[in-house]
Design a protein around this ligand. Structure first.
Ligand code: NAD
Length: 274
C-alpha cells in the first residue's frame, strides 16, 4: 500500500498514516514495527516515555528500509521540559533510536502547571536549526498554548498531535491549525478500540462499504485531512489499518459520522496534566 503524504510547513512530506507504538512493551516492539514496515507503513510514532525507542531503532535497522524513506517521530517527556534538559533528552532519544536525526520531534504535553513549554520550544528551535530534528511540533496543545508559542517564539509548530476520533472531533483546534499552517495529527485515532469500534452506526457503515469499523474510522480521518497513527500489535490488523486508500466515504456518511461526537476523552485533559 502506498500512503499519501501531507506537506508540512517546513516543506517536508509526512505520510498521512503511520504506526503508533504506545503501550507496546520494549521487548515486544521489534516484530510489530517490522510487520508494519513490511505492510507499507513508513512513519513510526514513538516517545521517550514509551520506553521502546531502542526496539523501534532495532526494527528500523533490521527492516532494511532506507533511512531517507522513513519518517520517525519521538517526543520529549514532561519531566525533561526546560531548555538544557530538552537538549539532553533529545540526545538520549537519538542514541536509543540509533539515528542521527528524527523527522519530527514533539513536546509531548504542554504541562501548563510547570510553565516551561516556551523555553522547551526554544530548545526545539535550536535542534531544528541544527538539522537534527527535521521538523518540530507539539502534542496535546490547546489553542491558548499554541497562541503563546506563536506570540513568544519564532518557529510555527509543524504539527500538533492531539487526541482525535469520532467521539472527540476537535473542531476548534482543527480550524486554528488550518488558519496557522499547523498539521493536525490524531492520536488514539480509533478511540483506543474498545467502545468506539462497537458503535452501531459504524457497524452499519462497515457493512455498507464492506470494510471493518476501524477502516471506516481511519478513512474518516483521511478525508478530514488528518495525519493519523493507529496502533496494533496484531499482524492482520496492522495490515487492515493501512488499507484505507482504495475507497471513499460519501459526504452523507461523513455527515453521519460527525454525529458521533460526545466530547468524551480517552486520555488526560491537557490543561490539567503533567
Ligand atoms: P488507537 O486508537 O490507535 O487504538 C489502538 C487499539 O485499538 C489497539 O490496542 C487495539 O485494541 C485496537 N485496534 C487497533 N486496530 C484495530 C482493528 N483493525 N480492529 C479492531 N481493533 C483494533 O490508540 P492508541 O494506541 O492510544 O493511539 C495510537 C498512537 O497514538 C499511539 O500508539 C501513540 O503512538 C500515539 N499516542 C500519542 C499520545 C500523545 O499524548 N501524544 C497519546 C496516546 C497515543
Amino acid at each position: 500500500t502506498q500512503v499519501p503524504n501531507i506537506t508540512l510547513n517546513t516543506g517536508a512530506a509526512m505520510p498521512q498514516l503511520g504506526f503508533g507504538v504506545f503501550q507496546v512493551p520494549p521487548d515486544q516492539v521489534v516484530e510489530p514495527v517490522v510487520e508494519a514496515l513490511r505492510a507499507g507503513y513508513r512513519s513510526i510514532d514513538t516517545a521517550a516515555v514509551y520506553g521502546n525507542e531502542e526496539g523501534v531503532g532495532r526494527a528500523i535497522a533490521e527492516s532494511g528500509v532506507a533511512r531517507e524513506d522513513l519518517f520517525v517521530t519521538t517526543k520529549v517527556w514532561n519531566d525533561r521540559q526546560g531548555y538544557d534538559s530538552t537538549l539532553a533528552a533529545f540526545d538520549e532519544s537519538l542514541a536509543r533510536l540509533g539515528l542521527d536525526y528524527v523527522d519530527l520531534y514533539l513536546i509531548h504535553w504542554p504541562a501548563p502547571a510547570q510553565d516551561r513549554y516556551v523555553e522547551t520550544w526554544k530548545a526545539m528551535e535550536k535542534l531544528h536549526s541544527e538539522g537534527r530534528a527535521k521538523a518540530i511540533g507539539v502534542s496535546n496543545f490547546q489553542v491558548s498554548h499554541l497562541r503563546r508559542l506563536l506570540d513568544e517564539t519564532d518557529v510555527v509548530p509543524a504539527v500538533n498531535q492531539i487526541e482525535l476520533h469520532p467521539r472527540l472531533q476537535q473542531e476548534e483546534l482543527r480550524a486554528f491549525h488550518a488558519e496557522h499552517g499547523i498539521a493536525t495529527e490524531a492520536w488514539s485515532p480509533l478511540g483506543q478500540g474498545k467502545g468506539l469500534l462497537d458503535d452501531a452506526t459504524l457497524a452499519s457503515l462497515a457493512e455498507k462499504y464492506g470494510r471493518s469499523p476501524a477502516q471506516i474510522v481511519l478513512r474518516w480521518h483521511v478525508q478530514l485531512g488528518n495525519i493519523t497513527i493507529p496502533k496494533s500489535v496484531t499482524p492482520s490488523r496492522i495490515r487492515e489499518n493501512i488499507q484505507v486508500f482504495d475507497f471513499e466515504l460519501s459526504d452523507e456518511d461523513m455527515a453521519t459520522l460527525k454525529g458521533l461526537e460526545t466530547g468524551v476523552r480517552v486520555g488526560p485533559d491537557p490543561d490539567n496534566f503533567g
